[in-house]
Design a protein around this ligand. Structure first.
Ligand code: HSE
Length: 432
């Protein structure tokens, strides 16, 4: 912002699915944005990799550039929107923008989850804002509620469906009985899943989001490498059918919990009861369920991806950051004062559902029960179905350290009376 000129100048880095919608909304909402901010918000540059690439928006003449570093170094840029994604060059560009006095809005979950503290420290040093609502669950306002609305409460748990691709696949498996590969193919055909679906199906995307959620919820630094991660590629039609028999559904959950004075953060498929609010989240939608001491249970639901929904979250941040800028102030920065340690997964208390094919003869049920007892795991329910000389046992445990449950399953696999362990999955959302 230059002396006597109250326009706020915005540079956008990246003009793909999200960037093009940011550019569109900046133009279409120009007058309303000016009224809401208190000054016109002008687009002054859009950095892209290739000038001649096809794009979903017409960028005004002369604004496109391939020189992103030059754009963020301009001394007339007040606000930088980073929607390139990935670690570099995004990190260098954001740091350079902050050093040059710009405030930053980013949707970059991978970077925030890997190296958030470097960015937060740079923003604090520069006295500028770094906002990132769009990094988790697209259009759903969840980071601001955690950072601001619940700042006076004590959040104890955040349970989220934060990856639309995997939710679409699991929903398809549940409704049609399809296997993982078939459901993935359909997700790819419909454009929900990438040609290389690894980041989504193996839980990397959700783990980055879990790290961001846990950091904000528990005022501690949690990075992607602190998050225990398992994807959905091993989920079988038998797992989904077994869940259905129990009145449950399989979801890929990001689970962030306060455990004593530690934080636990994990991403894995889990069975949740169909009566749980997250069970009704269908197709590619996202939802985040928050439990806090005073507020109780809250649920945030909506589209978690897509150009326009994600751009909505970016623009919301842009308005806040622009207002702060105009007022000569900045919003709350990083809050990591609690500095809680991250609990190792093996110590985190979880519940397991285990389906086993066994011989149907005297002592088998007792032997299976003993395997649980050997690891000090208490059984909550057992269901047995006779199948001639065989039987299927479905055991659901009470909560126990995850390592004890994993060791129980290993012991079951090694027992002569066990023909096959057909399904192993954690259970969430019910009584422990
Ligand atoms: N690929 C993500 C999803 C969206 O499927 O939800 C971006 O984080």
């Amino acid at each position: 912002m230059t002396e006597g000129d109250e326009r706020l100048r915005v540079a956008v880095l990246g003009c793909g699915a999200v960037g093009s919608q940011v550019v569109r909304l900046l133009a279409e909402q120009h007058d309303d944005l000016a009224a809401r901010v208190g000054a016109p918000v002008e687009l002054v540059g859009v950095a892209v990799r290739r000038l001649d690439a096809p794009r979903e928006v017409e960028v005004p003449e002369g604004l496109l550039t391939t020189d992103a570093a030059g754009l963020v170094a301009r001394d007339d840029v007040d606000l930088v929107v980073e929607v390139i994604g990935g670690i570099e060059p995004a990190r260098g560009l954001i740091l350079s923008a902050l050093e040059n006095g710009a405030s930053v809005v980013t949707a970059n979950k991978a970077l925030l989850a890997e190296d958030g503290p470097t960015l937060f420290e740079a923003a604090a040093k520069a006295g500028r804002d770094l906002y990132y609502e769009a990094a988790v669950a697209g259009a759903i306002p969840i980071l601001r509620p955690l950072r601001e609305s619940l700042a006076g409460d004590k959040v104890t748990r955040v349970l989220g469906i934060v990856n639309g691709t995997t939710n679409f696949i699991l929903d398809k498996m549940d409704t049609s009985g399809a296997g993982f590969s078939e459901a993935l193919q359909e997700a790819q055909d419909l454009g929900y899943a990438e040609a290389d679906p690894t980041a989504d199906v193996e839980g990397f995307d959700a783990a980055a989001k879990a790290a961001i959620l846990a950091s904000l919820a528990f005022h501690s630094r949690v990075t992607a490498s602190d998050v225990h991660r398992e994807g959905i590629s091993e989920v079988t039609a038998a797992d989904v059918a077994s869940a259905r028999d129990m009145g449950s559904v399989v979801k890929l959950l990001a689970i962030c919990e306060l455990r004593g004075d530690q934080v636990a953060a994990r991403v894995h498929p889990a069975m949740i009861p169909r009566s749980h609010p997250l069970a009704s989240v269908r197709e590619a939608y996202n939802a985040v369920f928050v439990e806090s001491e005073a507020a109780g249970q809250l649920m945030f639901y909506g589209p978690g991806a897509g150009g326009a929904p994600t751009a909505s979250a970016v623009l919301g941040d842009l308005v806040t950051v622009a207002r702060n800028r105009l007022a000569g102030t900045r919003g709350a920065g990083e809050s990591a004062y609690a500095d809680r340690a991250v609990q190792p997964m093996g110590e985190t208390r979880t519940r397991y559902h285990v389906a086993i094919d066994v011989d149907d003869r005297a002592g088998v049920l007792a032997a299976v029960a003993n395997a649980f007892a050997d690891h000090d795991v208490s059984i909550q329910t057992v269901r047995q179905e006779g199948r001639g000389a065989d039987a299927q046992l479905v055991v659901v445990s009470h909560a126990a350290p995850d390592a004890a449950l994993a060791a129980t399953v290993q012991q079951l696999r090694e027992m002569d009376i066990v023909r096959e362990v057909t399904s192993v999955m954690r259970v969430e959302g019910g009584d422990e």
